[in-house]
Design a protein around this ligand. Structure first.
Ligand SMILES: NC(=O)c1ccc[n+]([C@@H]2O[C@H](COP(=O)([O-])OP(=O)(O)OC[C@H]3O[C@@H](n4cnc5c(N)ncnc54)[C@H](O)[C@@H]3O)[C@@H](O)[C@H]2O)c1
Length: 433
């Protein structure tokens, strides 16, 4: 099939590259010219495991093209995936200006049937707004079109794998014509394909993300209780997780969730409920618990080290999760900010996210960036682990101890086992155990 993808970020690029990999012809429209230049050279502007390799393959075979011109995109295919950003506004609601722009501009260039697909995460009934906008800008030309919702569930860090082997595909459609296009598109996928109306599909995405965020905040509260009561949250999560009704995933206690989705999607879901006259109080609590995690972790650092003024601290992990360079809403940002205010000297290391972090926290004034995990800990009086990168699990902790001024680990992601690190002579502080 011929497919147009609008937006070349984490979702759009993964969508375009994976559809091309599956044999479709894809034209990706991205409005930032520098990104398009890079993409045409086969270089990925983001770090996502496996993505660049697949992109190069499809580029070479001529199934993947890039442009900045939406008109070309609209002419290229009747199937148009909208994958632009829907960031958070100050009041917690989603900023839909990028989606509105694509709908409006697409309408101007349409000459025959088009199926506009929301892949971006959008509030319930956004499809109605897209429809109204397209109708308005078609100016009585009588061109048929459909708007569908096909929310994306991929996770950064495993986006390619998630896209190609999803747990389910959700498609909200209003016409048989649109449904048939999706049936053809997703024919080769072995997972369940759930067809719904568009509002239900939009809601499924929000309900799913908010539920996962709820699991994280839930286990973080359990972690706090474990700390006070002398229990081990990792074992609590294991014990709960064996119950198939609960499941072990997303029960990892720590410094809270971050990223470009959970924080904004939970807030957007609360706002949406409010707009329909409902107070989604559970989610307000989920958000409140999460917002408190970074400061709580710094309190623990202060409890352990007393004053932080002029103390050198090593930080491993800046991205909001492993296997990505994305630092949007990463807990590390709040933690670094508070530690700097406390007067600490920070030596930071992350396998992929340092370039992005440097834009927020340039070198100097208490911040330095280390070339590897070992140079980060040289002379440090504590090591703070903020992201669960595999590299940190496999680190030579004996060497780490020899390089540090004081052998203290504050493990914000519970990646180490207490007996193992204590036997090496470390003082160890995890979360909730
Ligand atoms: N990142 C994730 O893990 C993830 C997962 C599932 C869903 N989502 C949702 O998918 C959407 C996109 O997320 P993302 O992380 O890829 O965002 P992103 O900010 O990384 O990418 C958006 C891209 O769209 C481009 N763009 C904006 N307006 C455009 C236009 N008019 N024409 C062409 N390009 C345009 C931007 O330049 C940018 O490159 C959001 O709604 C997000 O909530 C994200």
């Amino acid at each position: 099939m011929r497919i147009t993808v609008v937006g070349g970020g984490y979702v759009g690029l993964t969508t375009g590259v994976c559809f091309a990999h599956l044999g479709h012809e894809v034209l990706l429209v991205e409005k930032i010219p520098q990104k398009v230049e890079l993409l045409r050279k086969g270089r990925c502007p983001i770090y996502e495991p496996g993505l660049e390799e697949l992109m190069k393959e499809s580029l070479k075979e001529g199934r993947l093209l890039f442009t900045t011109d939406l008109r070309e995109g609209v002419e290229f295919s009747e199937l148009i995936f909208i994958c632009v950003g829907t960031p958070q506004k100050a009041d917690g609601s989603a900023d839909l200006s990028q989606v509105e722009e694509v709908a409006r501009e697409t309408a101007k260039f349409m000459t025959s049937y088009r199926l506009l697909v929301e892949k971006s995460t959008v509030p319930i009934n956004t499809h109605k707004l897209i429809k109204k906008t397209v109708e308005r800008y078609l100016k009585d030309k009588g061109i048929p079109f459909d708007v569908a919702s096909n929310p994306e569930f991929l996770r950064e860090g495993s986006a390619v794998e998630d896209f190609l082997k999803p747990d389910r595909i959700v498609v909200g459609v209003e016409s048989q014509r649109a449904r048939r296009i999706f049936e053809e598109l997703y024919m080769g996928f072995s997972c369940p394909v759930l067809f719904t109306d568009p509002a239900t599909a939009e809601l499924i995405k929000h309900a799913s993300n908010s539920f996962l965020a709820m699991k994280i905040s839930f286990i973080n509260m359990v972690a706090d209780l474990c700390e006070r009561a002398g229990a081990d949250v990792n074992l609590v999560a294991e014990g709960m997780g064996y119950d198939r009704r609960i499941g072990r995933e997303f029960l990892n206690a720590g410094i809270g969730y971050g990223g470009s989705c959970f924080p904004k999607d939970v807030k957007a879901f609360i706002r949406m409920a409010q707009d329909y006259g409902l107070d989604f109080a559970i989610l307000r609590e989920v958000d409140r618990v999460n917002q408190g995690r970074p400061a709580r972790f710094v309190e623990k650092v202060k409890d352990v080290l007393w004053s932080l003024k002029n103390k050198k601290l090593a930080i491993w992990g800046l991205s909001f999760k492993p296997n990505t360079d994305d630092i949007r809403e990463a807990p590390s940002i709040r933690i670094v900010d508070i530690l700097l205010k406390e007067g600490a000297e920070l030596s930071l290391y992350d396998p992929k996210a340092m370039e992005n972090f440097r834009m927020l926290f340039p070198e100097g004034k208490g911040i330095s960036y280390a070339k590897d995990l070992y140079s980060a800990v040289e002379g440090a009086c504590a090591l703070l682990v903020l992201t669960e990168w595999e590299e940190f699990r496999r680190a030579d902790l004996k060497k780490v101890k020899d390089l540090m001024e004081l052998p203290i680990i504050l493990d914000g992601r519970n990646i180490y086992e207490r007996p193992a690190v204590e036997s090496l002579g470390f003082e160890y502080y995890g979360v909730g155990r």
